[in-house]
Design a protein around this ligand. Structure first.
Ligand code: C2O
Length: 535
């Protein structure tokens, strides 16, 4: 195993898109940011030095950080921010993982521009469990606001209203030719006829689940969230913020120019956003005067596509890559996901939009929860997050106004070391049903079941896939439906769980687990590094 060192300087850079120039926060002046390359088993040390005026904190999304939450990165959860003028070394091992992950700022809305890919190659001499590609490329899908993203964030939350939607979607930071002033801000991938490409697709958008397709070509999905899956061929993929998807592309069509497109899956029809980001698949030798073909993307509200697509995802579950699904469960958790309204004296209508799990809106602490846990600092959080909602109601039926409001608190759930957990995430129609991409830090989990309507504890578990369910770190809870996940709590520390739609996280759709140490040092948290940012 090697040690890979990276220097990440947080610097402001002026960038122009859509006929506007504005300063954005970047790493090393790059947008999207630099790629981290490593191999399974490597140790990675990234020195983050903050030269910007904002506080910074970076999360290595999907890296398990075994016993090492100190390097996980969510601000006020596992560390205090890296202040302007300071630095911190994120130092971690990549154990038992290979594939595509990504990193992003985990503070304010800065991940809009502070993000990049993590490419983990298999160990030396270990091939991919699918046909070896001739070449590889990264496609980072994102969003662009003409306004400063911090202004977008704070205006929305001060007024108690949703924030403005983005002005463009982007592929590798570029919106493409359907947007004004964007002809030269169009990403092009040059391919040679007859060759195979591994495309590493990342959804780095703040608030949009995205469909992605390439005109005239099918693609084969081979890996999700850095776990190999049973390969399947499709004309389009659905990818939520936080997720990654590796696909094989055979450049076997008539040499030409083809558009690759990404546009939102808008399942909650309150907001309409059907802007399509475009990049170009350019066959070598084809003149750039040839007009490209448009891709066939699913309709913005195509929930059927979304459900069918989720059904196709299965773990590879080969002898080398077994799916270790917990078969017996120690703790059954049931969390309702709600959007609602709380009173707010300073807001526009005297109310503000909030979000909750089991009707609890999470309140961010002032110091890192991991420190509070490790050093036993009192009165920072409570360990009484309820295993199930206070009241049972028709979750996806007519909303009860009594359930619209929430209580607030920094309430966590404690898990004994090695507990097997089943968590059912149930969407509710309190304010509106909407799909929510849930991300758990520190773990992968198995998605054993999904359905529409209310989860039925008597009949639904019998239909769970306990053989080859997809293993991942971020999963969509379908609109007006539920998702059941299972994991073994074998990574001690404090681990954040939240909706990866930044607007919902801001509204409080988040909580954290405290996983206790086991017996002996090998099952216990590592001590904090010396340069951990002070609170
Ligand atoms: Cu990718 Cu807590 O986030």
């Amino acid at each position: 195993a090697a040690i890979k060192k990276y220097q990440f300087n947080v610097v402001v850079k002026h960038v122009s898109r859509l006929c506007h120039a504005k300063p954005i926060v970047t790493i090393n002046g790059k947008f999207p940011g630099p790629t981290i390359y490593a191999r399974e088993g490597d140790r990675v040390i990234i020195n983050v030095t903050n030269y910007a005026q904002y506080n910074m904190s970076i999360h290595w999304h999907g890296i398990k950080q075994l016993r090492n939450g100190w390097a996980d990165g969510p601000a006020y959860i596992t560390q205090c921010p890296i202040k302007s003028g300071s630095s911190y070394n994120y130092d971690f091992n990549i154990t038992g993982q290979r594939g595509t992950l990504w990193w992003h700022a985990h503070i304010l809305w800065l991940r809009a521009t502070v993000h990049g890919a993590i490419v983990i190659m298999p160990k030396h001499g270990v091939p991919y469990p699918f046909p070896q590609p001739d070449q590889e490329a990264k496609l980072i899908l994102g969003e662009w606001w003409n306004e400063d993203v911090e202004v977008v964030e704070t205006t929305g939350s001060k007024l108690g209203l949703p924030p403005n939607i983005s002005d463009a979607h982007t592929i590798n930071g570029k919106p493409g030719p359907l947007f004004p002033c964007s002809d030269k801000h169009t990403y092009a991938l040059e391919v040679e006829h007859g060759k195979t490409y591994l495309l590493r697709i990342i959804n780095a958008a703040l608030n949009d689940e995205l469909f992605f397709a390439i005109a005239g070509h099918n693609i084969t999905v081979v890996e999700i969230d850095a776990v190999y899956c049973k390969p399947f061929t499709t004309d389009a993929i659905l990818i939520t913020p936080g997720q990654t998807t590796n696909v094989l592309l055979h450049a076997n069509q008539a040499p030409g120019r083809y558009f690759m497109g990404a546009r939102p899956f808008m399942d909650a029809p309150i907001i309409v956003d059907n802007k399509t980001a475009i990049a170009i698949l350019q066959y070598k030798g084809v003149p750039t005067t040839v007009l490209p073909l448009l891709p066939n993307l699913p309709k913005p509200n195509d929930t059927t596509f979304a459900l069918n697509y989720a059904q196709k995802l299965k773990s590879l579950n080969a002898p080398q890559y077994p799916a270790k699904v917990p078969l017996t469960i120690d703790r059954h958790l049931f969390y309702t996901i709600g959007l609602g309204i709380n009173p707010c004296a300073t807001c526009l209508n005297g109310t503000k939009l909030i979000a909750s799990l089991n009707n609890i809106t999470f309140v961010m602490p002032k110091i890192g929860l991991l420190q509070a846990h490790y050093f036993n600092i009192k009165n920072v959080f409570r360990l009484d997050f309820p295993d199930k909602p206070k009241t049972t109601f028709n979750f996806t039926g007519a909303p009860l106004t009594a359930n619209l409001g929430t209580s607030q608190g920094t309430r966590l759930s404690k898990l004994a070391f090695n507990t097997t957990v089943e968590l059912v995430l149930q969407d509710t129609s309190l304010l509106s049903v909407e799909s929510h991409p849930f991300h758990l830090h520190g773990y992968n989990f198995f998605v054993v079941g999904q359905g529409i309507g209310n989860f039925d504890a008597n009949t639904d578990p019998a239909k769970f896939n306990l053989f080859d369910p997809p293993e991942r770190n971020t999963v969509g809870v379908p609109t007006g439906g539920w998702t059941a996940i299972r994991f073994r709590a074998d990574n001690p520390g404090v681990w954040f769980m939240h909706c990866h739609l930044e607007v919902h996280t801001t509204w409080g759709l988040k909580m954290a687990f405290v996983v206790e140490n086991g017996d002996g040092p090998e099952q216990s948290m590592l001590p904090p590094p010396k340069d951990l940012p002070p609170c």
